[in-house]
Design a binder for this molecule. Structure first.
Ligand SMILES: Cc1ncc(COP(=O)(O)O)c(C=O)c1O
Length: 426
């Protein structure tokens, strides 16, 4: 007797086709392929001994040890949230009091991906609108798609999302009678994944003004995803978008320890407008009633000891070398290729490359096949970083990551990639 099919929900259908899962699978199955695709951090820099020492310190005392092996609270550890206030103040270059928020507005999540999911759950109904940069973080596009959001891409240049394009789109949406559908503007403010672009300081202020001005029917929130903020290799840190919102009511600041410390620890946090906090607690409560206590304690420990800051300084030096290796290899192998250009990021993990329009880079393109099977190098096709069907979507771009491989292997990977492109161009 045949077993009847499972009847999946609509949300399951919408969660299909995860490019990230495909890429991870490819990376695992093809170990001899050089991965310029994975957005993973550099294994060699993961803080093994620091975490080992921290755990030993935390568990030295039985009573304290029991505390961290117990359930925590949905909002996250109180002491960690106090530490996070100081941490955010350090990043914003101000005093903790000047932040004008309390630990009550901070929620700790298991990776910032969880915060992005929970925000999507509490804010969007199917058909609601989220405005994003073109291109942007493709996993979040999947999250939005999973809750039925209409995602609209806004044009960007080398300084990030173009504010006039954002205003024009909002005006168009208003004309179409759909302004009540716009809930959020999503921005990766520093070293965008995938383009490496950082939103210019004047635009940070402008976007807050725009969100306020267009909050005619309800509040339009800005979700500032600052996942790569601490990975800066050149130039000065500027203030966040969040810092320009004196009201503290329009911007959600999402930050994570994944890129700057360890993605396996899965500790991240959001600084939320006051009236969003209990909504996030409610959905997170349904989901897990709190992120791992021990991991939160480890992060508290390294923040308090000052060892976190030392670790980040070390990371910046080692990633700088890898970024420079990728840019030097791009100059060496791609300069003579007509119509090929790339951006030079001041931080983050990615170099964004554009090929001539006629050379497609997608998973089914001749270039992807040539690169991944014959020449042995993987990249992320740029098209997945645009909402499907967006008029701004380009098919001839790629994200190249310098996170995982060593400078020597990055050099070889870039050589292989240029070989694959030359093959397809001939
Ligand atoms: C822009 C951006 N936001 C959020 C995340 C999620 O990171 P995590 O859930 O590990 O904090 C990533 C991971 O690559 C990212 O690139």
């Amino acid at each position: 007797m045949s077993v009847p099919d499972i009847s999946f929900s609509q949300r399951r259908q919408q969660a299909a086709e995860q490019s990230i899962a495909y890429l991870m699978q490819q990376g695992i199955e093809n170990r001899d392929v050089i991965s310029l695709a994975a957005g993973f951090v550099d294994e060699a820099t993961l803080p093994v001994s620091l975490v080992r020492e921290s755990i030993a310190d935390i568990l030295t005392d039985d009573a304290a040890g029991r505390g961290v092996l117990q359930y925590g609270t949905t909002a996250g550890s109180g002491p960690l949230r106090e530490n996070l206030l100081d941490h955010v103040a350090r990043l914003e270059n101000c005093t903790t009091a000047e932040l004008n928020v309390t630990a009550n507005e901070i929620v700790v999540t298991s990776g910032s991906q969880q915060l992005l999911q929970h925000l999507s759950d509490v804010l969007f109904d199917p058909g609601d609108i989220c405005l994003v940069a073109a291109p942007t973080y493709f996993v979040f596009l999947g999250t939005l798609n999973g809750v039925g959001v209409q995602t609209i891409a806004i044009d960007t240049d080398e300084h990030g999302m173009c504010m006039n394009a954002l205003e024009e789109e909002l005006a168009r949406i208003e004309q179409a009678g759909e302004l009540n559908r716009v809930k959020m503007i999503y921005l990766v403010s520093s070293f965008e994944n995938p383009s490496g672009v950082t939103l210019a300081d004047n635009r940070r202020k402008q976007v807050v003004d725009i969100a306020k001005r267009w909050s005619k029917e309800h509040r339009i929130l800005i979700l500032e995803d600052a996942a790569y903020r601490e990975l800066r290799y050149e130039g000065e840190d500027g203030p966040s978008i969040w810092s320009y919102d004196d009201s503290r009511q329009h911007v959600i600041l999402a930050q994570t320890f994944s890129k700057s410390f360890s993605p396996g620890i899965r500790v991240a946090y959001g600084v939320l407008p006051r009236d969003l906090v209990s909504a996030i607690h409610d959905v997170k409560g349904n989901f897990d009633f709190g992120s791992p206590n021990l991991n939160q304690r480890i992060v508290s420990h390294v923040l308090q000891s000052g060892k976190y800051q030392q670790h980040v300084a070390g990371l910046q030096s080692s990633y700088r070398v890898k970024r420079d290796a990728m840019l030097a290899a791009a100059d060496e192998f791609f300069s003579d290729l007509p119509g090929v250009s790339w951006l030079r990021p001041n931080g983050g993990l990615y170099v964004w490359m554009t090929l001539p329009d006629e050379i497609q880079t997608g998973f089914n393109s001749p270039l992807f096949q040539q690169a991944s099977t014959t020449d042995g190098v993987m990249y992320v096709p740029g098209e997945i970083a645009y909402p499907k069907g967006s008029p701004l979507q380009k098919q001839s771009q790629m994200r190249l990551s310098f996170g995982v491989e060593s400078p020597e292997v990055i050099h070889d990977g870039m050589r292989r990639l240029s070989q694959a492109i030359r093959h397809v161009m001939d």
